[in-house]
Design a protein around this ligand. Sequence first.
Ligand code: ADP
Ligand code: ZN
Ligand code: ZN
Length: 731
Amino acid sequence: MPIAHVALALPLYQLFDYQIPTALIGQVTIGGRVTVPFGNRHSIGIVVAIDEQTEFQPAKLKTVVSVIDQTSLFSDTLWQLLIWATDYYHYPLGEVLSHALPALLRQGRPAELPEKKQWQLTEIGATFALKQLSRAPQQQKLLALFQQQQPAEIIQSQDFSANIYQQLKQKQLIVQVVLPQTIHRWQPSQACNPSPLTLNTEQQQALTNILPTLNTFHIWLLDGVTGSGKTEIYLNALASVLSKGQQALMLVPEIGLTPQTIARFQSRFNAPIDILHSGLNDTERLQVYLRAKQGENAIVIGTRSALFTPFQSLGLIIIDEEHDSSYKQQEGWRYHARDLAIVRAQREQVPVILGSATPALESLHNAEIGKYQYVKLTQRAGGAHFARQEIIDIKGLPLNSGLSQPLIQKINAHLAQNKQVLLFLNRRGFAPLLVCHDCGWIAECPRCDKPFTYHEKQHKLICHHCDTPRNIPSQCPKCGSTHLQSVGVGTEQLEKQLRLRFPDIPVSRIDRDSTAKKGALEGYIEQINQGQAHILVGTQILAKGHHFPNVTLVGILDVDGALFSSDFRATEHFAQLYTQVSGRAGRGEQAGEVLLQTYHPQHPLLNLLLEQGYPAFAQQTLHERAATLLPPYSYQILIRAADKNNQHAPALLERVYQWLRSECDDPALWLLGPVTATQSKKAGLFRWQLLLQHPHRRFLQTITTQLIAQMIQWPETKNTRWTVDVDPIDF
Ligand code: ADP
Ligand code: ZN
Ligand code: ZN
C-alpha cells in the first residue's frame, strides 16, 4: 500500500502519513499539493515522499482526499534549495514549502494562469442594424465598436458597465469566448535599448570584470558609493542576460524601490518587467509567479520573498542594497534572502551580484577571504560631488523641537538659495513619551511594558511595538493631575515646528504614517522633484534609494541612541544608515553639506566615519569582531522562547542550557543566557533567549539538530512559543 508523506504548514517538526487510495495512485506526485484530512477538517499539504513505509499502523492511517497538482510545483533546484533551507534554519519543512508559494496556491488554487475571456460579435451581431438600438444608446455605442472591429483593449478601455454587455448578450449579438492559452515570449535580440549614458572608467572596468562571468555561478560584491552608478551596472548586466533570452531576478529592500528606478528599468528594456510590490493583490502575485515560471516575463523585481519565484530560465540574481536588514525575515521562518539567494544561485549555476554603498561586514569579510569577487566604484557618476560633513555639539544648546540654532541657520541659508533640505529623525509620531508633570507617571503599553508614542495628528497614543492604539487620557491615572506632557521629539513635531518657522516653505514629512496611503510617497516625491526650496522631514524611508538632486543640506538630528546600544550590530547599522542618509546630500551638480547633532562629538566611531568614511569604519569593526570572536568570525544561533506568565519560557531555556552543558564539553561552545530579550515583553508575551556561539558552523548546526530532537519531547515546550533563529541579526 503506497503511503504519501505530507508536509503541512504547521510549526511542527514532522511529516504526516496518508494512504494513497487506488484511484489516486499515479496522480500523487512529490512536490505537488494534496488535500488531506487533518483533525476534523481538510488541509492542503505538499507531498514530500511516496513509499510503502510508515512508523504508524498502516491500517490506522487516513487517506489522501484529492490531488491538486499532478506535477511538482517546484523545479528540482528550488526543491533542493528548500529542503536545504529547512535543515539550515531548523525550521519545519511544511512552513518552509508553504512560505515559498503565493497565497492563492497555499489556499488550493490551480497553478495555472486564469482563463482569458473575451467578448466577440455573433453572426447576428455582425449584421445587426444599429438603428434598431436607438432606444438604448449605450448598447448601440458598444455594438458599433464591435462592428468597427476595434481591438479588444480599446473596447475594454471605454468602461461600459457589465450590464450593457449582458444586454447585448441576451439579444445574442455578442458572446464571451475563452481564448486559448498562449505563452508570449519576448524577443531577446530586441530586449534592450541602448544606454543613454556613457560609462565612466570605473563603471567600464567593473563591467569588463563582471560580464564575462555571467554564464555560470559567481558571486560579485559591487561596493560603490551612493550615486556611483551601480544601477547602471545592473542594467548592463541585465541587458547581457536578457539578450541571451534568459530571465533575471532582482531583490530590493522593503521600501527601497522608487518610481524613478522602475521608470529607468522600463525605459531600458523592451521586455516584460514584473514588480512584486506591496500594492499587488493575491491574484496579481500569482500571475507574476506563473508568468515567471512559464518564461513570459524577463525580469522580476521584488522584496525578500520574491526570492522563491520559479523561473523557466534564470540567468542572473541581483541583490540591491545587500546590507539591508529587511532581507532577513524577522518572524516565523527567519531566513536571510541574501544568503539563500546565494545558495540558489549556486544550485542554478547562475551569477549573483550583491550591490551596496555600505556592504554588510559579513559580505566584506567574504570578499576578503575570496568567497566573493569584489569590484569597487569610488567616484560619483555624472559629476556629483561628495558632501562636506560637520558635527554640531548640542551640549548646553537650547533645542527647538530637536533643532539647534546652528542647524536652523544653515537651513535658512540653503533655503535662501532656493535649495532643498532633508532632516533625518528616525522616530515617527509627535513625541516618544507622555508624562505626568506632577508625579512622573508615564503612559505605557500594558502588553509591552514600553512607553506609548504620542501621535498628535491621529490624537492617539500608539505602541510602536505592538501597534495598539489608545485614547489619550485626560488625567493622570496615578495622581489625577491634568498636566500631561509630551517629552522628546518625533517627526510629526519636527514637521509642525518647521511649518511655524518657515511658513513660506513647503514641508513634506515622509515616514510610515504619512506614506501609509497608496501613492502618497509618489506624491511627495513628485512635488520635491519640481525642485523649489523644500524641507523634507523623515525616517529611514528617506535614506533608501531616492535621488533628490536639489537637496544640498542633510541634517541628522539624533544619533546618540545608536552609538550606545548593547547590540554589537547597532554600530554597523548606524554607520550604514549614516552613510546612506548623508549620501542624499549633493546628488546633483551642487555640492552638499551634512550636519550631525550630537551630545558626543568626541565619539570615536563618529569621528572615524566622518573623517575616513565607511570603508575605514568597516575595517576597524571587522578587526574588533575578529579580536572578540564575534560574527563573521564565529557563528550564532539564538533560541527564543516566549510565554504569557513568564515561567515556562525561562524554564525551557534553562533546561536547554543544562542539556547543552551536559551533552557537549567543547569549551568553544559559548552560551549566553538564558536572559530576557532586549525587548522583554511584547504584545502580552514575556520573551527570553539563549545564544549559542561557536567558531564552526557545522558544529553548531549538528548540536542544534540534536537539541531540537530532544526539545520536541519536553513538556516545557507545551506552553511556550519557541523558535530557533540561525544567524540572528537582532536581539
Ligand atoms: P547608484 O545606484 O550607485 O546610487 P545610479 O546608477 O543610480 O547610482 O547613478 C546615480 C546617478 O548618476 C543617476 O542619476 C544616473 O543617471 C547617473 N549616472 C550613472 N552613471 C552615469 C554615467 N556614466 N554618466 C553620467 N551619469 C551617470
Ligand atoms: Zn500623575
Ligand atoms: Zn505594545
